[in-house]
Design a protein around this ligand. Structure first.
Ligand code: MN
Length: 489
């Protein structure tokens, strides 16, 4: 998502025909960044050889008993606190259904009493999205259906990998407060930033650490009814989330306008065809035969423990953007810096005396590179100061900065190695005099000319100085020299 989308409320009212509006609620599954699984000592790591991160508990072998991972509970509470939820006593429930990648034939989840309830999240553009609950559960394994569509019904055979079975998850369920695809994407981006900021998840959508299901319905603008919704499953990129929601909402409007109505069902997003397709008809909660898991005791976090976790929470993205804005950054520049996780670097450089605007310009334009976060803030500040003083031109500063990230060296050493020495003004003045002598006719026209002619000749003389100095002169210094020289002509 671009910063513009994340800092200005997007106008999405034109996306649907007529007087319809979208009603969107998101369910986001986040894998927790623990070392081991939710109920077993098997490793929780992505990308291992299939079926190597396993243990009798996550394989559902008879006679095994789950043991709760305390770290997973702590990370779940961090999420609840960051989302302004009430943290409460909760119980584990069995959600019963059959799927080959779930060896127990039930998933341990939370149903009646979830750990985190009744929270909210404020989007960078200002809207508030209510959080219904953020409950703990375990992930399922992963099936690969080998066939043309990748779907089970036309697969030649299927493979199953239990490495993911039992990985700790938090499922964050929003109220249907979102009104368009851009806002939904903004919500996911902000939620992702929060999860990463509190260390609860790595937030990598491409590795499945963050998976989004979208509940979509439409209604006449201004109505407060909730109409039949469809749930679009596991859309795996921000871009697809936006496209899938827009497609689905249009489909509903078309149905209503044709005098029909959508049926409640699960649908799958087909990225290539750019459309959703009907999956299974939606189960109601009672189909899962939820009941309290007899193998696990309730979790009742003590107020002291919750306070301790709250006190240790790092600054959240919203506060981090605010600190940059207070030091002179624009809302948009601050959003980019926080999104890239470079806001601490930017703040430290500003604290070290660098110009805030220039620091944030570099963060936005020149630091979207690996290793940028390791930049020494003092070095970064020195570079920006040199640039502001005019001893490095903007082009030189960009080049020096790139090498600072690559090599970890300071700006002075790199500038010296390139011969980017500060040109002192008297040296520049001498060069300019030589150019004036050589181009007397142009100079006379510059002195006599109107504003338009002068602008062109200004560029001409600046160009000549740059050529004579092989680009090392500072543009601002040249402009000042020309102005002074003109005043005395
Ligand atoms: Mn779930």
């Amino acid at each position: 998502m671009t910063a513009t989308e994340s800092t200005d409320a997007a106008d999405e009212s034109g996306l649907l025909p007529g007087d319809w509006e979208m009603v969107i609620g998101l369910e986001v599954h986040a894998e927790l960044a623990t070392n081991s699984k939710m109920f077993s000592p098997a490793r929780n790591s992505f990308g291992a050889e299939p079926n190597t991160n396993v243990h009798p508990v996550c394989l559902g072998l008879p006679g095994t008993l789950p043991v709760v991972n305390a770290r997973a509970v702590e990370l779940s509470i961090r999420i609840g606190l960051a989302l302004n939820c009430t943290i409460q006593r909760c119980i584990w429930a069995r959600k019963n259904y059959f799927y080959p990648d779930m060896p127990k034939d039930y998933q341990i989840s939370q149903y009646e009493e979830a750990l985190n309830v009744d929270g909210w999240l404020e989007l960078p553009s200002g809207s508030t999205v209510r959080i219904e609950r953020a409950h703990m559960e375990e992930d399922t394994g992963k099936s690969t259906h080998v066939g043309t569509s990748g779907r089970i019904h036309d697969a030649g055979y299927s493979l199953v990998d239990y490495n993911r079975a039992g990985v700790p998850l938090v499922e964050i369920v929003s109220h249907p407060d979102l009104r368009g695809p851009e806002q939904a994407k903004e919500y996911v981006e902000e939620l992702r930033s929060i999860l990463v900021a509190v260390g609860a998840s790595d937030g990598k959508m491409e590795e499945g650490s963050l998976r989004v299901d979208a509940n979509v319905s439409v209604r006449p603008k201004g109505a407060d009814e909730l109409r039949t919704r469809c749930e679009i499953k596991n859309v795996n990129s921000l871009r697809s989330i936006g496209r899938a929601i827009e497609y689905e909402a249009r489909r509903h409007v078309e149905l209503y306008e044709a005098g029909e109505r959508p049926v409640q069902e699960t649908r799958h997003w087909d990225e290539e065809a750019g459309r959703t397709r009907a999956g299974r008809s939606k189960e109601e909660a009672e189909d899962y035969r939820y009941f309290p898991d007899p193998d696990l005791v309730p979790i009742d976090p003590s107020p002291e423990w919750v306070d301790e976790i709250r006190a240790a929470l790092p600054a959240l993205p919203r506060e981090r953007r605010q600190s940059l804005v207070e030091r002179g950054g624009t809302a948009q520049a601050a959003a980019i810096a926080v999104q890239r996780d470079l806001d601490r670097l930017a703040l430290a450089a500003i604290e070290a005396g660098a110009d805030a605007e220039r620091v944030l310009t570099h963060v936005a334009n020149n630091l979207a590179v690996e290793g940028a976060e390791a930049l020494d803030p003092e070095h970064f500040a020195d570079l920006v100061k040199a640039e502001i003083e005019g001893s490095l031109t903007a082009t030189q500063a960009k080049q020096v900065l790139a090498e600072m990230v690559e090599t970890g060296r300071g700006p002075a050493a790199i500038a010296a190695a390139h011969g980017f020495e500060a040109m002192d003004t008297s040296e520049l003045a001498t060069i300019l005099e030589g150019i004036i002598a050589e181009h007397g006719e142009e100079w006379q026209r510059f002195v006599d000319g109107d504003d338009k002619a002068r602008g062109k000749l200004q560029s001409f003389f600046t160009g000549q100085v740059m050529k004579a100095t092989r680009g090392q002169a500072d543009g601002k210094a040249v402009a000042e020299l020309l102005r002074d020289r003109l005043a005395t002509s």
